[in-house]
Design a protein around this ligand. Structure first.
Ligand SMILES: [Zn+2]
Length: 119
């Protein structure tokens, strides 16, 4: 299986590790200027990693809704840390908050076993 035909969720979990401290699933691949994880899903199409995770584990994002990181870790892709909000709610919830980053370090063992299950 080459890179282009591999399901984005598998590619995502391969580069994700578990933060033991906060339960965050930390994407460790490319990020944009704002610290959100980014992944190329089709030629030239780049999507945020938390959107890929939400779509896979929880479903489509209804029109007019956005995803808010409850944990405030922008490269986190744990579906349990993602909630649907309106643009206004998203703005309000992030106002004045400082986005944090998980610093602990354990290996990606947990996700390797999930990837095997999905395959
Ligand atoms: Zn999180």
């Amino acid at each position: 299986m080459n890179n282009k035909s591999t399901h984005p969720i598998i590619r995502l979990l391969k580069k994700t590790r578990l933060c033991e401290y906060s339960d965050c699933w930390l994407w460790e691949g490319a990020r944009n200027w704002d610290n959100y994880g980014m992944i190329k899903v089709r030629t030239k199409k780049i999507t945020s990693t938390h959107i890929i995770s939400f779509n896979f584990f929880k479903g489509n994002i209804p029109k007019g809704k956005q995803i808010n990181h409850i944990c405030m870790v922008r490269n986190c892709v744990n579906p349990e840390h993602l909630e649907l909000v309106t643009a206004k709610q998203n703005q309000q919830s992030s106002f004045g908050k400082r986005y944090i980053e998980c610093k602990d370090n354990i290996d990606g063992h947990y996700f390797k076993s999930i990837v095997k299950l999905i395959k």
